[in-house]
Design a protein around this ligand. Structure first.
Ligand code: E4P
Length: 221
């Protein structure tokens, strides 16, 4: 399983990458707008931060297949680590088929049903982004149920697309996603920062350090 950061802010990506756990970055037009920088600058900066085998997802803006295909081709030429995001609409699925047949990695986004996920996989998507949090916002359990259904379908037919657990709302979703067998989870920085928090770790460490101080011992070596 891999963890990506869901951000289009290079400073945030840099800080999160320093934690040593990340294998990629996902962006979307809303996140790009929030960063307040020219997009080309943002993309170059993020490409300079991520590793040589990592992935950066950039979303197309066109709503028709031809536009998605030409934007996708343009974006993918920037760097081999770029995955092109297209929505799970009929036009997006057609674009996925065309782009993936050209060897371009496609991330089908805004996936809310198992049927959309199946269509994306059959069209050759590299990533299928399940928007778990947005479904959970509407009704508890529905997002998690979607992940289970899609895992089962992909397993049944050995579909190679990677399940990307997106739209994360709370830190507990990271372990939940791992239990459900997703391939990737993309997590906002503020939630990623909570991943190692536990009050017993904090209090336990304080106690160890106080006891060590009292003992006047030195580390060997
Ligand atoms: C990831 O690729 C998505 O763009 C993202 O996880 C959406 O999250 P949101 O529902 O918090 O906007």
């Amino acid at each position: 399983m891999q963890i990506f950061i869901d951000s289009a802010d290079p400073n945030e990506v840099r800080q999160a990458y320093a934690g040593g756990l990340l294998s990629g970055v996902t962006t979307n037009p809303s996140l790009a707008g929030k960063s307040g920088k020219p997009y080309a600058e943002t993309v170059t900066e993020i490409l300079n931060i991520i590793g040589p085998e990592d992935s950066l997802s950039l979303e197309t803006i066109a709503t028709e297949t031809a536009g998605m295909v030409s934007e996708g081709q343009r974006l993918s030429q920037l760097d081999h680590r770029i995955a092109v995001k297209v929505p799970a609409t009929p036009a997006g699925i057609q674009a996925t088929k065309i782009l993936s047949s050209q060897g371009i990695k496609v991330n089908v986004t805004l996936v809310f049903t198992a049927n959309q996920a199946l269509a994306a996989a059959l069209a050759g998507a590299h990533f299928v982004s399940l928007f778990v949090g947005r479904l959970e916002d509407k009704r508890q359990g529905t997002g998690i149920e979607l992940v289970k259904e899609v895992r089962q379908i992909f397993n049944n037919y050995m579909l190679a697309s990677r399940i990307l657990f997106a739209s994360v709302r709370k830190v507990q979703m990271i372990a939940e996603a791992a239990k459900l067998g997703v391939d990737v989870i993309t997590v906002p920085k503020e939630i990623l920062d909570q991943m190692l928090n536990h009050p017993l770790t904090t209090s336990g460490l304080n106690k160890f350090l106080q006891d060590w101080e009292k003992s006047k011992l030195q580390l060997p070596g």
